[in-house]
Design a protein. Structure first.
Ligand code: GRF
Length: 201
């Protein structure tokens, strides 16, 4: 399978995918054909460049409307003819045009146990709420905010002395492993979506 990965920041989830593929190029069942971002100058793009993977950037500010940006992003992704699109720490909401083309085969990863604590501050919100366990979720992207069908989740215990950063780092360890596993499985074995259920054979 052909993967396009979208990032907005450090790209450690992307790196986990790169490492898994490098470790077993034949067996992993997928290869990353391009990495895109909504801004330049981020570590995620450097990781792609180091791996010799083509990159592209679609800054929101360069487009007259959000719909124009969404269309441009869809075009940039579509040029690589992906089988799967992975949002790995991509901090923008994709819109109607993008989902018309790649909905149902776009995955996202979120550092909380959805449906709890959706949105851009899931780790901070869980910590503030005083939960004893939190975790991460890999799901399909739909037109809501972190509301798509859940594929896999991992649980992380919250420690009394946790800060947002220490907790997020521990979540990311689980998240990276979960994402590598789900992407590899979907790429190799395919999947079927029935309503909110994603069936992996
Ligand atoms: C991940 O925890 C992701 O779920 C969240 O931001 C983090 C991105 O980390 N949206 P990285 O850029 O993959 O290191």
């Amino acid at each position: 399978s052909r993967l396009v990965v979208l990032v907005s920041g450090s790209g450690t989830n992307l790196q986990a995918l790169l490492d898994a593929i490098a470790a077993d190029p034949g067996g992993y069942g997928a290869r990353i054909v391009a990495v895109g971002a909504d801004r330049s100058g981020i570590a995620g793009l450097e990781r792609a460049e180091r791996a010799g993977i083509p990159t592209f950037v679609c800054p929101v500010g360069e487009y007259a409307t959000r719909a124009d940006w969404d269309r441009a992003l869809a075009e940039a992704v579509g040029a690589y003819e992906p089988d799967l699109v992975v949002l790995a720490g991509f901090m923008k909401l994709v819109g109607g045009e993008f989902l018309a083309r790649f909905g149902g085969r776009t995955l996202n990863t979120h550092p909380a146990l959805l449906p709890s604590f959706p949105g851009a501050h899931g780790v901070r919100d869980a910590l503030a709420h005083g939960v004893k366990v939190t975790g991460c979720t890999v799901m399909l992207v739909d037109d809501g905010v972190d509301t798509g069908p859940i594929i896999a989740q991992g649980v992380v215990a919250v420690r009394p002395d946790d800060s947002e950063d220490t907790l997020h780092e521990r979540i990311k360890e689980v998240e990276r492993a979960l994402l590598v596993d789900v992407v590899g499985t979907l790429a190799r074995d395919g999947y079927r979506i029935e309503g909110r259920k994603v069936h992996i054979p």
